[in-house]
Design a protein around this ligand. Sequence first.
Ligand SMILES: *Cc1c(COP(=O)(O)O)cnc(C)c1O
Length: 384
Amino acid sequence: MEKSPIYLDCHSTTPVDRRVVDAMLPFFTEHFGNPSSLHSYGWSAEAAVKKSRETIAQSINSQPEEIVFTSGATEANNLALKGVAEAYFNYGKHIITVQTEHSAVLDPCRYLESLGFEVTYLPVNGDGLVELSILEKAIRPETILVSVMAANNEIGVLQPLKEIGALCQDNDVLFHTDAAQAIGKVPLDVQAMNIHLMSMTAHKVYGPKGIGALYVRRRQPRVNLAAQLHGGGHERGMRSGTLYPPQIVGFAKAVELAMAEMVSERERLVGLRSQLYHHLSQLPDIHLNGHPSQRLPGNLNVSFGGVDGQSLLLGLQPTVALSSGSACSSASTAPSHVLKALGRSDRLAYASLRFGLGRFTTASDIQQVGKAVVETVEALRSLA
Ligand SMILES: *Cc1c(COP(=O)(O)O)cnc(C)c1O
């Protein structure tokens, strides 16, 4: 039988942890009730949802009522951006975001531009970080929202949320962050970081796909959002639709596990990542993309001079499942917008690999992958 390739694509998605599956199972069958129902089936589902909401809220230092469940981070981003635009357009029609955001932020922003909003797409420095002085200059009296992601899905860099939050607070502007890649991996605190809205998803932290949440601040200030899904008035009227207890319980279990294991897991992943980078460094003409240390523990993104990215991925495919820099638009052949924003040439932007290490990555995986990448790059370069 053919061996499955080693999975190093944890920024795309992660397997569901067994412990998460076990927590979810009773909610498909025994406790199948609708949390809105006024009988014992409903109550037991509602109790599980309540407990899950508390777990998720606690992990970001918010209140349970501030968590609005959604189908994932794409929906949470859409709700945050469109919901704020629709609720605050009387105050101004200017939004600030960053060139390196995920398409689930960039595309709603482009949509809002088509409705007459004005959007500033901030550049980043060579390490992929937003410069505070540039952000400060971009804020205008009519700015209603700043949206800056917590951790980048391609290069893993961690934006300075606390400093950005303070700047937004000083200028009376709402601050949204897409934390899809960050939850459970790096500490997040909506109070200390002055965050007003935060998008989350379960499937990047060993939870199920199809569930996520938007944190919506209730006081100092109370954030108003225009609902994008209308119906039964669930989730304080911000997101109608019957709640999905198995997914919600799984999301909370995934967050609980990730929080409990965050410190030890960070140390382990940083160790494995530096072994991998060390191994790759025997090759000449390689370039690390993104800040060397201010990044997700499991992320490594490297460009290889003189090779074609597609051939490299194809050559590695039997050994390792990973993505090129342009992963999130893998159907398109354009070079990664993130690597271009760092100032990488088309040539280097094409020839990049994104390594996403995770909970189930072992030292032996890293050795095999390091060896395979070095051999494949050398083979492709000798052909060129
Ligand atoms: C994966 C991802 C999303 C999309 O999340 P879904 O839950 O799959 O909709 C949004 N933003 C970032 C940064 C991501 O990594």
